[in-house]
Write a protein that binds this ligand. Structure first.
Ligand code: C5P
Length: 422
């Protein structure tokens, strides 16, 4: 492995050692990752990788104290770029790394940010490369505090954090929990995946700022007996992606979810339900004050009316159980018919004649916007193609990952939101 300090490649970049996905959500973003001297610096290694996996290029600058925890060679190998620690580094052609390294950056992310580092930034001190870079920046600054709980709650730290926020710095976290010192409390640095999420959210246009959004997602499960039931192949991926994109767009989001294997998106409050009737009750309980209702759940049309409270047994010579079905409530239609209710968006999964069926569904359910899944077998896939149908006509969102489509759909909904109510 090359010694980072012996590199002579200056500010020129070599290809990233991590191939980003074609549609990475940070594609084209250049981030300066500042690492200061806390034990959470080990998480910055994973952070550097994950940011690149989402398509960002990452340039690392470290304080001297940070190098006591992690060597520069680790970050050099992870990013494919030389790592800078010294304001006098001769590898920058004009001898001004404190200026050059942040020019062209879309943001500086300092993770971990120690109490000392935040104090310096709050007071405009610039006595090493990273603090000078931060003072000389012309891009946004995000910091991920990491420290002992007493240091975090100290009046001086809280004053400094308030100053940073007032100066427009995005403070990500900290989280609470077990700390390296053995104590428990606030001050843990967020996990790498959480910081990546917050970085993606930071760059997302805030088209739903101040809005409240309710999303349903996933399948429902209609019991036959205590151990069996009827469900469908919905994975919940599209609904979860929409809930996440709404949160990235600045909304306060509640996700009412049928049984799925997915984690709730960061910052989204999830309410777990099983059956259609439970989903309806949860939606009704959450509905007050919502601006937008996006019904993505694949709700079972029928439930078993004579579900057994005991496990059904095979009996010698007895045939299969005689199941009787009852129609489930239509959650979307009931919300859409509420006077003064939220703007409603429905989904349609059709096997044939999507446009005509979706048009019909839009009118029947009384929703201003209906979104059709183009093509079959969208359940469980990571990509999709959508047809948007409203009173003005149709719009297609071409095939892309559900993450990308969700962001595009949120933009389409936001454009329609102020004018129309259900
Ligand atoms: O009638 P269909 O199931 O095709 O309609 C699909 C749309 O209606 C989706 O938005 C789905 O979430 C919603 N829906 C609902 N309650 C039902 C059935 C469907 O909210 N019982």
């Amino acid at each position: 492995m090359t010694d980072a300090t012996a590199s002579s490649s200056g500010s020129s970049s070599v290809p990233s050692p991590i191939a980003p996905p074609a549609d990475g959500e940070l594609a084209g973003r250049h981030l300066l990752l500042g690492v200061t001297g806390g034990v959470a610096a080990f998480k910055a290694c994973e952070l550097a990788r994950e940011l690149q996996r989402r398509g960002a290029t990452v340039q690392v600058a470290m304080t001297d104290a940070a190098t006591k925890f992690i060597g520069t060679a680790t970050f050099q190998a992870l990013t494919g770029r030389p790592v800078y620690t010294d304001a006098w580094d001769g590898r920058i052609d004009n001898g001004m790394p404190h200026i050059d390294l942040s020019r062209g950056a879309d943001a500086i992310l300092v993770a971990p940010a120690t109490a000392d580092f935040m104090a310096k930034v709050a007071h405009g001190l610039a006595d090493d490369l990273l603090s000078t870079l931060v003072l000389a920046r012309d891009c946004p600054l995000l910091v991920a505090p990491a420290m002992n709980r007493q240091m975090w709650s100290a009046a001086a730290t809280q004053r400094n954090v308030a100053t940073l926020r007032a100066d427009g710095v995005a403070v990500l976290g900290p989280g609470a929990g077990e700390q390296a010192c053995g104590e428990t409390g606030d001050g843990r640095m967020l996990e790498a995946q959480q910081l990546v999420e917050e970085t993606i959210a930071f760059f997302a246009p805030k088209q739903l700022a101040g809005r409240r959004v309710l999303v349903t997602a996933g399948p429902t499960f209609e019991p036959i007996d205590p151990v069996r039931g009827i469900t469908n192949l919905s994975s919940g991926k599209m609904g979860y992606a929409i809930a996440r994109a709404c949160r990235h767009a600045g909304a306060e989001v509640v996700l009412v979810s049928g049984p799925t294997a997915l984690d709730a998106p960061l910052g989204v409050r999830r309410v777990d339900v099983r059956s259609a009737r439970e989903m309806l009750a949860a939606v009704q309980a959450e509905l007050a004050g919502q601006d937008l209702f996006v019904a993505v759940a694949a709700v079972a049309d029928w439930r078993v009316a004579n579900a057994s409270t005991r496990k059904l047994k095979k009996t010698e010579g007895g045939g299969p159980p005689a199941l009787e079905f009852a129609q489930n409530p239509d959650i979307l239609a009931s919300v859409a018919s509420m006077p003064g209710g939220p703007y409603c968006v429905g989904f349609a999964a059709e096997t044939e004649d999507l446009e005509a069926n979706a048009q019909d569904k839009r009118r029947r359910k009384g929703v201003p916007l209906l979104v059709g899944n183009i093509g079959q077998a969208t359940f469980g896939r990571d990509d999709n193609e959508l047809l948007l149908i409203d009173a003005q006509g149709t719009t297609t969102l071409p095939r892309a990952s559900k993450t990308r489509l969700a962001a595009a759909l949120v933009g389409e909904i936001a454009r329609r939101l102020p004018q129309a109510r259900c």
